[in-house]
Ligand binder design. Structure first.
Ligand SMILES: [Zn+2]
Length: 141
């Protein structure tokens, strides 16, 4: 039996440039040049002022756990060897309403709690694909 092909994130007009930034280990959100609103995921229009003008703004790469799910059963054969795994919804520290998703690394789900500080980890899954994962943040010194 052959191994199933790995699944790759779907990209579109608005997200392709974001994935390219991630491949270069940069976590960024869009910043509206009309009203300065930060937004993520990427989209064409600013939801506040409807401007189509924006720029990328690098993020701190930190946030807090807003929610998570632990997957015990693979929903696609490509993930069969990876269960169980945990996916986090992270509220980025850069601004309200900014949510990013990624796998939990460096800890198990028992370490999670709402609002737990986490930091981004760039995982080079393939030469042309980098994923944003999250790990519990080191305590402040
Ligand atoms: Zn705007």
């Amino acid at each position: 039996m052959t191994e199933p092909a790995p699944l790759r994130p779907g990209t579109d007009r608005d997200s392709a440039a974001w994935w390219e930034l991630v491949r270069r280990h940069r976590l960024a959100v869009q910043r509206c040049t009309g009203c300065a609103l930060l937004r993520f995921p990427a989209r064409e229009y600013c939801p506040a002022c409807r401007s189509r003008s924006w720029e990328w703004r690098d993020c701190a790469g930190t946030g807090r756990v807003a929610g998570w799910t632990v997957t015990h059963r693979a929903f696609h054969p490509a993930f069969a060897g990876q269960v169980p795994y945990t996916v986090l919804c992270v509220a980025l520290d850069d601004g309200p309403g900014l949510r990013c998703w990624g796998r939990l690394v460096g800890a198990g789900p028992d370490a999670l709690a709402a609002d737990l500080p986490v930091e981004a980890v760039f995982t080079d899954a393939e030469p042309s694909l980098t994923l944003v994962d999250w790990r519990p943040a080191a305590p402040p010194h």
